[in-house]
Design a protein around this ligand. Sequence first.
Ligand code: NAP
Ligand code: GLV
Length: 310
Amino acid sequence: MTVAVYLPLDDKTQWWVDMLQSLLPGWSVEAMNAVTDPAAVEYAVVWRPRTGDMARFPNLKAIVSIGAGIDHVLSDEQLPAGVPIIRTVGDDLTQRMREYVALHVLRHHRDMPRQLRAQNESDWHAIVVPVAPQRTVGVMGLGNLGAAAARTLADLGFATRGWSKSAKTIEGVTTFAGPDQFDAFLSGCEILVNLLPMTSQTSGILNADLFGKLAKDACIINCARGGHLVDDDLLAALESGTIKQATLDVFHVEPLPADHAFWRNPAITVTPHVASQIDAGTGGRIIAANLETFESTGTCADLADAVRGY
Ligand code: NAP
Ligand code: GLV
């Protein structure tokens, strides 16, 4: 079996090639750029492949996304139709996202930006906020990451809501499903966390219309994809006071260009797509196991649905 590996950085690619080769001794693992016989490649393991990369391989059995999202694979206009896509999820990816969401929800809840501004001015200014059960927090997307984040927030005592496509039951979380229950989910939310996948249905969902449906002074945390957010709508909502603060981990263009207004807006916290990444070691073992399972059974637990988009 030949596996071709691509990540945007050559040294990272080589690291993954060596690691996967050590985990799959009977297989041949090659950097995509070094492949000399494209017809021999049966599996591709990729993060943000370039347009046309997959179309080079006529005998691909499956594509593995080194990450939970598959949007970076599906965005290739020349992607061969019908090739299964396997995503990579694991406990440390979930744990890191729980930490990131808890950190930034608590930061907004306790109004840390304002407290830090007071410190900057040597101002002994005690900010008293409601206790967590009096704070309504909403999580959009209740999959692997969103459900874990919602449970974490509920455990912290927040009045936690969740929204997904199909109905869910999560202990301690008030759940809503589908477009019909979206407005009820949003109404009264003071902190909104986005953990939706990027699809044609969710693109641009964080927009002026949504901002207007939240509680006054709401905060937004986007740790899913930059394409979910309409940047200008957020800047206008911060300017008008509809939205108080935002934490953004993902952007339309990454790295976020140095001249982007988000960098300099005091109401925005920018983090460089670090909310959660799978540990390379763990991720490698998960990918190797998924490849072996797929090769022997033709399927595996982490198979995504390319038609659905996640
Ligand atoms: P997942 O397991 O595929 O779950 C997606 C959730 O979104 C599901 O609950 C799904 O509903 C819901 N959903 C999808 N389309 C919807 C729609 N149109 N309306 C309402 N709900 C919808 O995804 P995940 O593993 O939790 O990951 C979520 C996203 O996080 C990834 O796609 C990726 O973009 C992002 N991510 C970011 C980072 C980072 O570091 N910033 C790291 C990892 C992942 P159903 O359950 O009903 O299908
Ligand atoms: C990271 O953004 C992922 O999709 O895993």
